[in-house]
Design a protein around this ligand. Structure first.
Ligand code: URA
Length: 427
């Protein structure tokens, strides 16, 4: 007989779970025979005492088998995905996905919502009028087969155990546990039926990982788990000490992604991250001359065509979204002195976007799709007094009127340039 009390006690004492007991725990939890309070207690015990490799494998397999798994083995092409640990202005999935699909890969992509100060790909996509991010698994599979890419949110069909456990972790301070993060991310990737995965571990003042050492530890743990499940997994570490690209927020990031895919006004930092991720994925797929393939996918218009088709298949209407997402109010932050842009408190900037309507404080909050910012300067750029640095916008006048003073604690100007930081830190 399975005894949840004894099971929790094992981990509380720092001991190892017996084979199959994690599987039983998840099974009984899903059958409502393990209470949420017992799951919370176990998660906290894991937070402090961890899971060894065997335990982690059993846990991740239990999560995967709690739902359905996709199988694309009959397709003639490499099945690949990328995943970012989250940042401000990180729209790489929206760009790299269609590029990979244009380069003979299949991309079944399950994405998340905004979390804390970071933006979520699903929230961005849902600013496209009508876009259905929650479709059933058969439709998802059909879209991937027909369009080479589909981007959706996690449904109850895929890793339902993760969905319930995540909501408990979210309110019990057990999100930031290495084995729990790894199992949560990699289980969904395995359920997608992918063969290859490139992880983008963000590091810096706008990321969850504040140091390169922590980012490396997470990258290594995620790739080890991915590889153990026969997903060819690699990671990069990329800088998140400033927003990525020229915009951050919701609809404005869709606009920037469209421009990028149409080869217009491409931010060079954003290009570098997209390029690194795509070239790794393409190399994994066995293709050569990846630089050329990536350029061709953009310059020929094929990547944009694929993006447009994906949006249409998901019932999204890009044309009317341009009109409906025009923000009513704007505020421009001009530099109060001349010098060099020496720092941006990127996390604060992300929280500012959340405050003005770009994110949720409770799960039921409605977000303002027009909300976002354009940033004209990068770290170490020269700035003259009075020059506009950031334009922030949204549909709430009171919220936009309130931002002015906050910027003095977000944007920093100094007389000297900083030491250059590498954008891709670990290659
Ligand atoms: N994203 C996930 O899907 N799970 C985590 O645990 C953390 C980030």
């Amino acid at each position: 007989m399975f005894n949840p009390y004894k099971f929790i006690e094992t981990k509380k004492l720092g001991l190892t779970h017996s084979p199959n007991s994690i599987n039983d725990f998840i099974k009984y939890f899903l059958a409502d025979e393990v209470e949420n309070s017992q799951m919370s207690a176990w998660l906290m015990a894991v937070f402090f005492n961890g899971l060894n490799n065997l335990e982690l494998n059993e846990y991740v397999n239990s999560i995967i088998s709690s739902g359905k798994q996709l199988n694309f083995s009959k397709l003639n092409g490499f099945i690949v995905d990328k995943h970012s640990t989250g940042g401000v202005g990180d729209k790489v999935s929206l760009i790299a996905g269609p590029i990979l699909a244009a380069c003979n890969c299949y991309v079944p992509m399950i994405v998340g919502r905004s979390l804390a100060h970071t933006g979520g790909t699903l929230d961005k996509l849902e600013t496209i009028k009508g876009y259905l991010g929650n479709i059933d698994i058969n439709q998802f599979k059909k879209n991937v087969i027909e369009n080479k890419i589909s981007i959706v949110g996690q449904s109850k069909e895929i890793c339902p155990a993760d969905k319930y456990i995540y909501s408990i972790r979210d309110i019990t301070s057990t999100i930031d546990s290495l084995p729990l993060i790894c199992a949560s991310i990699i289980s969904k990737k395995k359920a997608e039926g992918i063969q290859g995965l490139v992880l983008d571990i963000k590091v810096g003042n706008g990321a969850f990982m504040k140091t390169t050492a922590h980012a490396k530890k997470l990258g290594k743990a995620l790739t080890a788990l991915g590889n153990s499940l026969e997903i060819n997994s690699q990671y990069i570490i990329s800088d998140m000490n400033q927003p990525l690209g020229k915009s951050a927020g919701l609809w404005c990031e869709i606009e920037e992604s469209i421009n990028f895919l149409q080869n217009k006004n491409i931010d060079k930092y954003l290009y570098k991250v997209v390029h690194e991720i795509c070239s790794r994925a393409l190399k994994m797929s066995g293709q050569k001359e990846c630089d050329k393939l990536i350029s061709k996918a953009i310059e020929s218009g094929k990547a944009y065509e694929i993006f447009e088709k994906m949006v249409k298949t998901h019932k999204g209407d890009l044309k009317s979204s341009y009109k409906e997402n025009i923000p009513k109010y704007k505020y421009t932050y001009n530099s109060k002195k001349s010098g060099y842009l020496s720092g941006i408190d990127t996390e604060k900037l992300g929280y500012l976007l959340l405050e003005i309507g770009g994110g949720r404080k409770t799960t039921n909050d409605k977000i303002d799709p027009s909300c976002g910012l354009h940033i004209n300067k990068k770290i170490n750029d020269k700035i003259d007094i009075g020059e506009p640095i950031i334009e922030i916008f949204g549909n709430s006048k009171t919220k936009i009127d309130s931002v002015e003073k906050i910027f003095d604690n977000i944007i920093f100007i100094s007389n000297k340039k900083n030491k250059e930081k590498r954008l891709i830190i670990y290659e």
